[in-house]
Design a protein around this ligand. Sequence first.
Ligand code: IPD
Ligand code: CA
Ligand code: CA
Length: 269
Amino acid sequence: MDTKLRDDIFQHAKEWILKAGETIRGKINDPLIIDTKSNPKDLVTTMDKETEYFLATNIKKTYPNHLLFSEEGYGDDVTSLDGVVWIVDPIDGTMNFVQQKRNFAISIGIFSEGIGEIGFVYDVMADILYSAKRNEGAYKNDVKLPPLKPQLVLDETMLGFNHHWLCENSVMDERVMQQLVKKIRGSRSYGSAALKLAYVAEGIIDGYLTMNLAPWDIAGGIILVNEVGGITTDLDGAPVTLLTNESTLTCHPTIQQEIIHDYLQQGKK
Ligand code: IPD
Ligand code: CA
Ligand code: CA
């Protein structure tokens, strides 16, 4: 992607994501209409829809040739990453938004011909914007994030994943995952995939395992992590497609093979 165009897109996206966050903060105590989607735990609120509508309207008005791949219905029917595609989750961590009024994020990943060019994860209530442009590094607000620690030992790592990996599930033998939990120093679950990826990019957790997540949950965060030397693959180590739900591992390359070979491949169903 042409650098001038990319800078223009970055500036617009930054302005819109900050504005969307400001609106959410201003309405955080307003009464919410909460609905469920695929199951009783899959929540959506009017704020998810309003935020996506705001972003979609601006994207379509400013860049009519770009495609939008998003969660709440204002996007396009995206079947490939040809052209410029914005992958947007208006609120990642809706359950946190509803119950905690914090620990949720707006996530935007912008791809050109399948290459991640721009990533944003905005922790709305903390007013922390993680951002990245390909080959220009990742930032936490205005501070550039350092590269991930190169010499990681699995025993000393803290990994992000949720309880689904440790209960009976259709993706992985939970007993193998219990072995992984015993091996590592600690595990963390924050209720927002986008924030977990931003935390990997920041180096405050060393990796993140996701089960069956949608492209919009992870697209923005993957681009942040790329910029600090991390890698995201499926559970076999193959590249992610970002076109369908996938289970993925994001971490530094030094621990990736050990996690995949000694755990994920052993337990995969
Ligand atoms: C959810 C969050 C959560 C993950 C769920 C996602 P949503 O996204 O990322 O951390 O465990 O699977 O669906 O629904 O709040 O946008
Ligand atoms: Ca999400
Ligand atoms: Ca969402």
